[in-house]
Design a protein around this ligand. Sequence first.
Ligand SMILES: [Zn+2]
Length: 172
Amino acid sequence: MGAGKTTKLLKTIEQARNENKEVLCLKHCIDTRYKTDEIVTHTGASVPATSVSVLDASLLNGSEECVFIDEAQFFSGLIEFVDLAVEKGKAVYVAGLDMDCFAKPFGEVLELSKKYPATFLTAKCISCEDPATHTMLIQEKTIGEDSVLVGGMDTFKPCCESCFRLPRTGTE
Ligand SMILES: [Zn+2]
């Protein structure tokens, strides 16, 4: 996180629109940090997006040539949906986190990145400036092992392997 993945996604969307391609932009409705009908970066750039809770196959019935999915880690059935979109001849761009703050795979993003070409963006560790490989929950907050926390830089921070600490859970 903090690596500029949404910024990169927005640039790709902008590029597709400049080429007069029809675009479908999807985001998960769990992510209400900013506006619900837009994909917004930390820096405030935005494009209109459809906010959904599930990646329903009917979303692919439109004439859009390019499909963009932001915060893809929140979607189950991600791989199936991407496969279907590709079958329908659509170009698909997915931005998401591969690992959660427990250093476990986050949704289907990591699995998807093994199936299709993927670019890994890396932020700098907030403590030592080495390349960040992990997303750490800011330690003042505690969460349960099963909970999904949606947050930005105020809740999570990028950090490297050696600075990474697992979050405290409620039981400790
Ligand atoms: Zn570090």
